[in-house]
Write a protein that binds this ligand. Structure first.
Ligand code: SF4
Length: 215
């Protein structure tokens, strides 16, 4: 990793800490189980949509035991508005059953164990661990991939695992759990996928992407 990239990473980190100092999840949950289910449901939809659906879902099925015993059709009805409701319903139903049958209703605390649960990928597990156990993890989603690659922090545009490794080398551990949420917000506010606001972006004079399309 070049010194230039290291300097840019340090400047970017400082900017994100100032700009998004109070960033936190807006998902509404009352237990680790509810948070995990909410994160699974949040794929391809907004957190606001998830909150609307989980309001009813958690009222009827607030814990793993009750959700594991629920009728699949009823779960589908309750999470319909989050999109991909059939897959999501099946996942949270099976996930609940696994938690009850294999983990005594306790949620595992490691990525390796979490990703064995239905519907839980590395990104979901990382978000969950960062949020609940304050663990230093980096969840790499489409925004993190895009922003990292455009700024030159990662070499593989579509490789979440490699990107996670490169980001971990570049940023201090103390920043990891804030990194994902602040990169995502920056991606939404400024570094949009289709129309990035490069003209107002403070990093345009050192951004690999900007320089490549403007020189
Ligand atoms: S200059 Fe443009 S592409 Fe680069 S980080 Fe800023 S908004 Fe994104």
């Amino acid at each position: 990793m070049s010194n230039e990239i290291k300097k840019l990473a340090a400047k970017f980190q400082k900017y994100l800490r100032e700009e998004y100092s109070d960033i936190k999840t807006i998902l509404k949950f009352r237990s680790q189980f509810q948070l995990l289910v909410s994160i699974v449901l949040s794929a391809q939809t907004t957190d606001e949509n998830v909150n609307k659906a989980t309001k009813g879902l958690f009222k009827e099925y607030p814990n793993a035991k009750l959700l594991s015993e629920a009728n699949l059709k009823d779960i589908e009805r309750l999470v319909f508005s989050t999109g991909f409701y059939k897959v999501k319903s099946k996942n949270i139903h099976s996930l609940s059953k696994d938690l009850v049958n294999k983990y005594n209703s306790r949620i595992p605390k490691t990525i390796e164990e979490l990703i064995k649960l239905p519907g839980v990928g590395r990104k979901t597990a990382s978000v969950f661990l960062a949020e609940t156990f304050d663990q230093p993890t980096i969840a790499v989603d489409t925004h993190v991939l895009r922003v990292s690659h455009r700024l030159g922090f990662s070499t593989k545009r579509h490789d979440p695992i490699q990107t996670e490794k490169e980001l971990k080398l570049l940023f201090p551990k103390t920043f990891w759990r804030y990194l994902s949420m602040s990169f995502v917000q920056f991606g939404r506010d400024i570094c949009n996928a289709k129309k990035p606001l490069c003209n107002v972006c403070q990093f345009n004079n050192s951004c690999k992407y900007y320089l490549s399309v403007n020189t």
